[in-house]
Design a binder for this molecule. Sequence first.
Ligand code: 4NP
Length: 154
Amino acid sequence: MKVLFVCLGNICRSPTAEGVFRHYVEQAGLSDKITIDSAGTSDWHLGKTPDPRTVVAAAQRGYDVSTLRGRQVTAEDFAEFDLILAMDKSNLSNLQAIQPAASKAELALYLPRFGISPDEVPDPYYGGEDGFELVLDMLEHASQVLLDEIKAKM
Ligand code: 4NP
């Protein structure tokens, strides 16, 4: 099972989604069965560490995202990953635009895919610290439901 989390910059939401889900997968002892990565629809932060606010907020909850580096999603990702999860509707439409016709990857909006509302993980980049906490709250909830679904299929 290979899961890719996608946002706009790959420095706030999707690295957080990756770090949180990786932690849950490690706790469940499933690291050798589930591959996890993240990417951005933009090329604005290639090779960059996550936003310092992302790193600090995640670390306060026990998630280390400091070693992650920004990359841009590619058409090849649709062949590599089974499940591609977009943080917001804009990310989803950008992904739909590059999804190869023959792609068998499942592409979905992350929260609604797992029965969680609201539809979007809000972009915290231009806001305050509380935005990063809200992102973590949402992604912890979604990670648990995603992991439960994968475990149920095993
Ligand atoms: P992300 O947040 O998509 O959650 O990584 C953003 C990061 C950077 C920018 C926008 C959103 N930016 O405009 O550079």
